[in-house]
Design a protein. Structure first.
Lengths: 244, 309
């Protein structure tokens, strides 16, 4: 970890307009929960909260937040050329990648788990026997995974945002619903598996489609793999060349 | 700095992108002083600087800084100060914060970084704007903030890509003085430019790059002589072109004059002498000079002359 890079990255992520949009997205989650609470259908509170946190929280807010922050953490600096100021220093590229990842993941957790906690408490009228905290903790793990993958993607391609969105919408949104095998490599499904395990609520309330053991193994492989790829890519980072 | 730590060397270096050759078999060695990398846009100057700065791997040949390869060698940044051509600097940081961050990233303690940032800001005369966000800076101020950031750790080698872009004439002169004095202390300074006058004023040594090749290298005066010895063509408009042509032909440096379609074209063998003499000749002949334009003074034409030579 490098505190100077962490500080610059944090200010950079916070000062972007997109980050404000992500805050608004989190607010939508809270507003939906608030509307439900005001409607006062207490009998469905657990079902509703599980559905809200899994679809709108884990399914929408978490990937979008991590996509914007993960691809922006270093990709934005590479795009505008400011990355040169960080990379022309006697620092290991590993420390640059790890610092960026920690900051991006921390911001993603704050912008995802924060609104999910508030929305969950509103929806369930409390912590819902571990349901809310289970989802909040699982979303934190999912945010780290997504951030690592999207950060690596931004070092592999200049179209990381588009490809990341395609992964979330097509692979996770479409294919993982149709073919069981594709769920193994879906961060969303892994996160839901963690939520299921951590929340410990009855299957009637919520049940993940992926078992937690598989999710854990694949998640660790993805996290380590993405981080190693990112370090490797940054170690041989080349400035886009002029055409002679 | 006579220990070779400030030595910059390219040996038979080529770099290509797919089928496009950006740099073609270039070799040179620099051991201190100011060197200008001169060439038209797209000639390969930035590619050379990027290879030296460790941001591009040579496709063949070797690029070394202080004897060690520059590629994938972050430790060398302790002795290198880099001013990239791209303008972007973190807009939310102030000039002082930016310089301080660069010093901290060089491994300085907070107190040492503060002192180094203050010194570097003063060197580039950015004190008045140092505590304003860089987002509010003019192009020339941003450029100076980048130079300050490159100087914070007192590097023995400075690589600057088009450093004078956006600076006003006074800032330009100040920056030239600064670079000259740094070179006098034994540093190796390499800067790129596509503007002949910048290189002429600052660099003792010049590397002329044209289409990826080293077209000429050496003392600037020598290259300048090669450039100015070629014939130059001017178009002239005056109150009496015919009389002016006759008067000009008496000058020893005039190789020919032609009146074509009402336009007087003059060929001279000595750019400087002709430019100085022409107004005197016109005045003595009682002719008003309206316009005097060199027709082939684009840098590209100078370069293509050097390449053909």
């Amino acid at each position: 970890m490098n505190s100077v890079i962490a500080g610059i990255t944090l200010r950079q992520l916070v000062s972007r307009r997109r980050t404000v949009l992500l805050l608004l997205l989190g607010l939508v989650l809270i507003v939906v929960a608030l509307v439900f609470r005001l409607a006062g259908d207490e009998a469905r509170a657990m079902h509703f909260t599980a559905g809200l946190l899994s679809s709108l929280g884990v399914g929408t807010l978490m990937p979008l937040v991590a996509l914007i922050l993960g691809t922006g953490a270093i990709g934005a600096e590479i795009d505008d050329g400011t990355a040169v100021f960080l990379l022309s220093k006697p620092l290991s590229r590993r420390s640059v990648v790890l610092t960026k990842l920690v900051v991006a993941a921390a911001c993603a957790i704050a912008l995802t788990s924060g609104p999910m906690l508030v929305a969950g408490v509103l929806g369930a009228g409390g912590l819902g026997d571990g349901l809310v905290l289970g989802f909040v903790a699982a979303a934190a793990i999912g945010s780290v995974l997504y951030a690592a993958i999207f950060l690596a993607l931004s070092l592999v391609t200049s179209r990381a945002l588009v490809l990341g969105l395609a992964y979330v919408l097509i692979w996770e949104g479409l294919l993982a619903g149709l073919f069981a095998g594709t769920r193994t490599f879906s961060i969303r499904q892994q996160t839901l598996a963690f939520a299921d395990a951590l929340a410990g609520v009855p299957k009637a309330v919520f049940e993940a489609k992926l078992d937690v053991a598989t999710a854990t193994v694949v998640a660790v492989i993805l996290l380590v793999g993405a981080t190693l790829i990112a370090i490797r890519r940054l170690s041989s980072f080349e400035i886009a060349g002029e055409t002679a | 700095m006579a220990d070779g730590s400030a030595t910059v060397e390219l040996t038979n270096v080529s770099r290509w992108y797919g089928n496009v050759v950006a740099v073609n078999d270039i070799s040179f060695r620099l051991d201190g002083g100011v060197t200008g990398l001169l060439g038209p846009n797209g000639a390969g100057k930035s590619t050379i600087l990027h290879m030296l700065a460790g941001f591009l791997a040579p496709s063949s040949g070797s690029v070394t800084i202080g004897g060690a390869p520059s590629w994938r060698h972050p430790e060398m940044y302790r002795r290198i100060g880099l001013v990239p051509e791209r303008e972007a600097v973190y807009p939310f940081l102030t000039g002082r914060e930016f310089a301080r961050a660069n010093a901290r990233l060089q491994g300085m303690t907070p107190a040492a970084a503060e002192a180094a940032a203050t010194r570097a800001i003063a060197l580039v005369e950015l004190e008045d704007a140092a505590d304003r966000p860089i987002g509010t800076y003019s192009k020339g101020m941003r450029q100076r903030a980048k130079v300050a950031a490159a100087l914070v750790h007192d590097p023995s080698i400075l690589l600057l890509d088009e450093p004078f872009n956006g600076m006003d004439p006074r800032q330009r002169l100040h920056m030239m003085d600064l670079l000259r004095s740094m070179a006098a202390e034994g540093r190796t300074i390499l800067f790129s430019s596509h503007i002949l006058e910048e290189v002429e004023r600052l660099a003792g040594r010049v590397l002329v790059i044209v289409a990826g090749r080293l077209a000429a290298s050496g003392d600037f005066r020598e290259i300048r002589r090669l450039m100015t010895d070629r014939p130059h063509t001017f178009t002239v408009r005056s109150s009496d072109d015919r009389a002016l042509a006759a008067a000009l032909l008496t000058l020893p440096t005039i190789a020919g004059a032609a009146l074509d379609g009402g336009l007087l074209t003059v060929r001279s063998t000595d750019f400087g002498a002709f430019s100085r003499a022409v107004s005197g000749v016109a005045r003595r002949a009682g002719i008003s000079l309206h316009e005097l334009l060199p027709t082939d003074e684009s840098l590209e034409s100078v370069f293509s002359y050097l390449v053909r030579r």
